[in-house]
Design a protein around this ligand. Structure first.
Ligand code: LP5
Length: 238
């Protein structure tokens, strides 16, 4: 069985090259796999399934085509697209997973997360996350007009850009103790996540491994998992 993982594509109208790269990836590499896991931040900012920008429609169609062809596609929310919901799932054929899920790979169980939950030193972010992930808050937000939600997303992005510029890179990385505790509680020796945009394979104490997916920018990244092991692959976006 071949399983692929991607995350942090941050698709939006300003980067049509990233959408093109994903369409190519879905029609070629992903077409050959059995399962595709998207571990969050597929989109730069998702304000609700009732607003799908025209230039992102081909992505929706391509996901649907791939899932119809027999590849199972799974999606985990990221900190940019936590409002993706059931309508998106229906349109694309993707299955929405929980924020922390264990799956079986040939090498054993693997814990999948977006990764933002593990940045526990970033207390301002964790406080914001609690609010943004609150179901009552989300329901109230989704009753607002598209224009209001676009404005809220803009304000949030501006606040985040200002704040992250003043934070140390250590604070914005995962907390090592949180990683070890989370893996131990899940009884998994392999953790796969994105969010930090620091692609790498980390060998940890006790034979544990943490694989970090890369964001798509000048390069794209995917993890290829099969009976031959797990391989983090980089490719040129163009
Ligand atoms: O996203 P990134 O990688 O730049 O930074 C993240 C953390 N920031 C976020 C915020 C997102 O970028 C905002 C995304 C908005 C898109 C979806 C909106 C849909 C809902 C709204 C309307 C429908 O996740 C950043 C982390 C960083 O990762 C590293 O882990 O540090 O966290 C912050 O910067 C949080 C700040 O420290 C605290 C921000 C306080 C914000 C106050 C809100 C003001 C405006 C409110 C308007 C609703």
């Amino acid at each position: 069985m071949r399983t692929l993982f991607i995350s942090d594509l941050h698709l939006y109208s300003g980067r049509p090259d990233l959408s093109r790269a994903l369409l190519h990836f879905l029609a070629t590499t992903a077409k050959e796999c059995d399962r595709l896991y998207i571990l969050g931040d597929l989109f730069e900012a998702w304000i609700g399934d009732d607003f799908i920008p025209d230039d992102l429609q081909p992505v929706v169609t391509a996901l649907n085509t791939l899932s119809q062809s027999g590849c199972q596609i799974f999606f985990q929310h990221g900190n940019r697209d936590f409002l993706i919901g059931n309508r998106f799932a229906e349109l694309t054929g993707v299955q929405i997973m929980g924020d922390s899920e264990i799956i079986q790979l040939a090498s054993g169980p693997a814990l999948l997360m977006h990764g933002d939950q593990l940045c526990t030193d970033d207390q301002e972010y964790q406080a914001l996350r609690q609010q943004l992930r609150n179901p009552q808050w989300q329901q109230a937000v989704l009753t607002k007009s598209v224009a209001e939600r676009l404005e809220m997303a803009k304000q949030l992005r501006m606040a985040s850009e200002t704040q992250t510029a003043g934070k140390s890179t250590d604070i914005m990385d995962v907390n090592q103790q949180a990683v070890m505790d989370t893996m131990t509680n899940a009884e998994c020796n392999l953790l796969i996540h994105g969010h930090t945009h620091r692609p790498a394979t980390h060998l940890l104490e006790g034979g544990k491994r943490r694989i970090v997916l890369g964001d798509w920018d000048k390069s794209g990244w995917y993890l290829d998992a099969s009976e031959q092991g797990e391989h983090l692959i980089r490719f040129d976006i163009n």
